[in-house]
Design a protein around this ligand. Structure first.
Ligand code: BGC
Length: 384
């Protein structure tokens, strides 16, 4: 369950805003640009402009020299660079080296997704007796916050006064933006520990009741090479149940047992082993087994080619497991390789899809006076 904690201190006041520190804003390339060291372990470069605003790319570097790069456009994780079992470094997430790649609207590569990650059926919901209409940007449904969700906004950035390299992003979503009620003030903090834990902490407050479901949409390929599909990766998901969907990928409202189905990842399974039995591939929300809302392990992904393991921990009740079914060769990864179907997968920690219309699902409604607070950690390790 999401923790709606009544904090009085407003999160924005905790950080020092440095995003207005200038810099060349017309160049879209991350190469040949001078980087500024903002703090030990954190550097920043100008990354171009969009929406009339300067965009920056931050790099968090831990004591091992491993790096996560984050763009203030969309709060996008553009690279997560670490060594494989042979010591060769490459990025385990899909992404681009320049802002222009993201302005071409790839399907949410690495982005912070909101105000409501995943789908809302028939692009509408009713809250406190009032019906709110959203953009139908996915067939008849609304997907990932609408036409211009949080993934297409420029966030304000600040660097936290913390010994771990960390970046704090703030965004204010106006009352009525993309059809949602209430001014929502959102803070997301990314940090990279020396143990290769990428922690994402999401917080928000509102002045009117609103649905909220924030997630990160990184596409992982642990081999770091998209010419290998993720079908040979092995996955465990701590979920005895999942939420079935209809043909438009809207949850039916049922919660079904995974036992005896291709959705059973309660013990490690090759992703490709049963994918052929799932129409269109995996694109489903798993109901995480949990007793309380503490941070707990949700999934473990391993790959024998690279020797890498990625563990996912979260406070959220659900995990959307998506096998990149709609990737179709239209985009090219950092390394110049074409991104085809199943080149990467997403593990989006979240509330269940279409919760605003499914009263039996855990509530995703944030009310004035409460603080939305969820945490997700992706922990990377490498073996032999
Ligand atoms: C959804 C997919 C969608 C993808 C990109 C995922 O979260 O579950 O259906 O294609 O995002 O938009």
């Amino acid at each position: 369950m999401k923790r709606l904690v009544c904090y009085t201190a407003f999160l924005f006041a905790l950080t020092v805003n440095i995003s207005s520190c200038g810099g060349n804003s017309s160049n879209n390339s991350s190469t040949n640009m001078d980087s500024t060291t903002v703090k030990k372990g954190t550097t920043k470069i100008s990354w171009g402009q969009t929406n009339g605003k300067d965009v920056f790319l931050y790099t968090l570097t831990n004591a091992k020299g491993n790096q996560v790069k984050i763009s203030t456009y969309g709060g996008i994780v553009t690279h997560w660079i670490s060594p494989d079992k042979n010591g060769n470094k490459n990025s385990i997430v899909l992404g681009f080296d320049s802002l222009s790649g993201y302005l071409a609207k790839p399907p949410y590569f690495g982005a912070l997704v909101g105000r409501y990650g995943n789908r809302i059926g028939d692009a509408q919901f009713t809250l406190d007796g009032k019906t709110y209409k959203l953009a139908a940007n996915n067939g008849k449904n609304s997907l990932h916050g609408g036409l211009k969700g949080f993934d297409k906004q420029v966030w304000d950035a600040s660097v936290a006064n913390d010994s771990t390299p960390a970046l704090t992003l703030n965004y204010v979503s106006k009352d009525g933006e993309e059809g949602f009620p209430g001014t929502l003030k959102v803070t997301v903090q990314y940090s990279l520990s020396d143990d290769d834990e990428l922690k994402i902490e999401y917080s928000a407050v509102t002045d009117k009741a609103t649905p909220i479901n924030l997630t990160n949409h990184s596409y992982f390929n642990l081999t770091g090479d998209v010419s290998n599909t993720i079908l040979n990766h092995t996955l465990t998901i701590h979920a005895a149940n999942y939420t079935p969907v209809d043909t438009s990928l809207i949850t039916t409202g049922e919660i079904k047992a995974v036992k005896g189905t291709p959705f059973d990842f309660t013990v490690p399974e090759k992703i490709g082993a049963r994918i052929g039995q799932v129409t269109g591939g995996y694109d489903h929300n798993f109901v995480l087994d949990r007793k309380d809302s503490s941070l707990q392990q949700a999934a473990v992904l391993t790959d024998s080619i690279s020797g890498r393991t990625l563990e996912v921990f979260t406070t959220e009740p659900g995990l959307q497991f998506y096998t990149g079914n709609f990737l179709d060769g239209k985009f090219t990864n950092h390394d110049g390789k074409v991104i085809n179907q199943h080149a990467a997968l997403c593990m989006e920690t979240q509330h269940f899809p279409d919760s605003p219309n499914k009263p039996k699902f855990p509530s995703c409604i944030l009310k004035p006076g409460a603080t939305y607070h969820t945490v997700t950690v992706y922990k990377l390790s490498v073996g032999k």
